[in-house]
Design a binder for this molecule. Structure first.
Ligand code: ASC
Length: 165
């Protein structure tokens, strides 16, 4: 991810350097760099949001195993719910792993948009349920909601993410 940023930054820097030493620099060349940079930004944005969900879910597992602070449970549940609503906005066409970008997103996301959307709907339902369950401060209720959430994560990953080694 970092490498891609550096690449985009240096490609952009190169375009700037070229335009600085040649007044006839092609504007189209700069536009092409901007598109690539936007796609790299989308990949970075969705990865940050998804990793944030993973971190929050791990924190919740700790809360379920050890002493429980329901304010912490609620905050992490809200993070998951908010990130779940947002990351879906960062899947522009051309950003599967087939593009060569540093991503595990499979091309089937764009070949089967209805299926991807349905998997995301299931996630939103589960993440809203997680927040609701956190509010009850009842561990059995929360554990069931966390199980639903984990199932929604796995359901999407099984089909739309590169299989993990
Ligand atoms: C996580 C995480 C996932 C899900 C998944 C649930 O904490 O990073 O991708 O939970 O493992 O099955």
């Amino acid at each position: 991810m970092k490498k891609q940023f550096l690449f985009a930054a240096s490609a952009f820097g190169l375009a700037l350097a070229l335009s600085a030493c040649s007044e006839s620099a092609e504007p189209a060349e700069e536009a092409a760099v901007e598109v690539e940079s936007a796609e790299v930004d989308d990949i970075a944005a969705r990865q940050e949001l998804l990793e944030g969900m993973g971190d929050a879910f791990r924190a919740l597992r700790g809360q379920m195993e050890g002493e429980t602070d329901w304010a912490v449970v609620l905050a992490n549940s809200e993070t998951i719910n908010a990130n779940a609503a947002e990351f879906i906005n960062h899947f522009p066409e051309g950003t599967s792993m087939d593009s060569g970008a540093d991503t595990e997103a499979l091309a089937v996301i764009w070949e089967d948009p209805e299926g991807f959307s349905a998997a995301h709907d299931r996630l939103l339902e589960a993440s809203a349920g997680l927040v609701e369950a956190a509010g009850t401060e009842d561990m059995a209720t929360f554990q069931e909601a966390a199980g639903n959430l984990g199932g929604a994560c796995k359901n999407c990953h099984d089909t739309y993410r590169k299989p993990q080694e």
